[in-house]
Design a protein around this ligand. Structure first.
Ligand code: ADP
Length: 455
């Protein structure tokens, strides 16, 4: 087993990994930028190393600086966390070339799943159902238009290197297609340095349902059930639930076994998530994330399995301590992503936390690196806390989440807690009548109602 792990990340996820390591008796080194010198993970870790100034390019994405820190502190392995270098093939290769273990999959798997056109090809060959669209990269607008006409408008133009909902454009008609195509490609080039795009039919009312996978290096793969992440804004997840409301045990086993089977055939190792869109009773493969997900927490609550611990164990070469039949799903969990942002305009709201009180009590978990007096930097992602509840039923989880949100005090900055409270009150949300477009449509409708009422 590893004696010492370097965590190449920040914020709540760095803290989450420090916590798992402590419980496993593993020492930790947290690297940080100058902006995060007072971060909670830095305080909790055994050692810390400053690797550069605030901009990510010069710190959290600075591979030589991270590897130097790993050498100086003499660690055995590097955990990349979420985002930053977690799905960077080159980083993974360099970590291994320098004699450290990369806590994640092989560089080949990262590369394969990181290119979405290749990922879709791979999954098609392994028997996963796909959203109708282009067979691979679309060379130019003419070719794209032909494919778009075949699968029918609206279509979605997506970047092969895309992530975080960026580099996506909907084209609703033939007239619109050319300009959308050019825009999507230019945006992808600017954001990811790769302008290649592919096409998918734009689904009108799908839910986002994803399968959590866990694989060791001995050919054992299990699925840990599904999560519903349909409540989104700008293609970003806002609320997640486990299990997905209305999904039957047969549907779970069907898609879970299929996903696990694909991972096994690929020789996949580590934690991973296969994302699907689910519409009219059918699942369509979207993408595979070859890392931990932010919302891994709700799966942990329902299965009782510490995913970070298991991720570290399989990276160290241990076989999984359980089989599919041993995995039980207990109760209902829900996560609200708390962001430092205005609850209506969504403009980021960095700044100093003047008062912080985390909710508690039975079935409440808060994964956050916040504390009284902490400065939320403006440089990074705006998510500052994950509020997670676990209860026997969805109804109880809803009540518990409301109670926990009301208990939560974060002063000095603005947060989207008021938005979460509003979502919880929406009748359609309460009965799980939602899809990926629901939140944006509901917010627009409520705004219009408010405007009319004010007249
Ligand atoms: P990213 O890697 O940028 O997150 P994804 O392919 O995972 O991109 O898609 C992100 C989100 O975009 C999905 O959760 C869904 O809300 C929406 N989306 C993606 N593909 C489609 C599609 N074909 N039709 C409708 N919505 C889609």
């Amino acid at each position: 087993m590893f004696k010492k792990i370097l965590i190449a990340n920040r914020g709540e996820i760095a803290l989450r990994i420090v916590r798992a390591c402590k419980e496993m008796g593993i020492e930790t080194v947290v690297v940080h930028s100058t902006a995060d010198a007072n971060g909670m993970a830095v305080r909790m870790a055994d050692e810390s190393v400053c690797i550069g100034p605030a901009p990510s390019r010069q710190s959290y994405l600075n591979i030589p600086a991270i590897l130097t820190a790993a050498s100086v502190t003499n660690v055995d392995a590097i955990h990349p966390g979420i985002g930053f270098l977690s799905e960077n093939e080159e980083f993974c290769r360099m970590v291994e070339a320098h004699g450290f273990t990369f806590i994640g999959p092989t560089p080949e798997h990262i590369a394969k799943m990181g290119d979405k056109a290749v990922a879709k090809d791979t999954m098609r060959a392994l028997g996963l159902p796909l959203i109708p669209g282009s067979p691979g990269i679309v060379r130019d607008a003419e070719e794209g238009l032909k494919i778009a006409k075949d699968c029918g408008f609206p279509v979605l133009i997506k970047a092969v290197a895309g992530g975080g909902g960026k580099g996506m454009k909907v084209a609703r008609s033939e007239e619109e297609f050319k300009s959308s195509f050019t825009m999507a490609s230019a945006e992808a080039k600017a954001a990811f340095g790769n302008g290649d795009v592919y096409l998918e039919k734009y689904l009108s009312h799908p839910r986002h349902i994803e399968i959590q996978l866990l694989a060791d290096s001995h050919g054992n793969v299990v699925h840990l059930g599904e999560r519903d992440c349909s409540v989104q804004r700008s293609h970003q997840k806002v609320v997640e639930e486990c299990p997905a409301p209305g999904i039957t045990a047969e549907q779970r086993n069907f898609i879970g076994d299929l996903a696990a089977d694909c991972a096994r055939k690929m020789g996949y190792r580590g934690v991973g998530t296969m994302e699907f869109l689910f519409e009219d009773g059918k699942f369509y493969f979207l993408e595979m994330n070859t890392r931990l997900q932010i919302e891994h927490t709700i799966t942990e609550m329902v299965t009782g399995i510490d995913l970070v611990r298991e991720q570290i164990m399989v990276a160290a070469g241990h076989p999984l301590p359980f089989r599919q039949k041993d995995i039980k799903f207990d109760g209902h969990a829900m996560e609200c992503r708390v962001n430092a942002e205005h609850p209506e305009t969504f403009i980021p709201s960095p700044g100093k936390i003047t008062r912080y009180h985390a909710p508690g009590g039975l079935g409440v978990r808060v994964d956050s690196a916040l504390y009284d007096g902490y400065m939320v930097p403006s440089t990074y992602d705006s998510m500052v806390a994950k509020l997670i509840v676990h209860a026997k039923t969805r109804e109880e989880a809803l009540m518990r989440m409301q109670r926990a949100l009301e208990e939560c005090v974060i002063e000095g900055i603005q947060t989207n807690i008021p938005l979460h409270l509003r979502i919880l009150q929406e009748p359609e949300f309460r009965v799980a009548q939602f899809n990926i477009h629901w939140l944006e449509k509901t917010l627009a409708r409520r705004k219009e109602e408010g405007r009319k009422a004010a007249l």
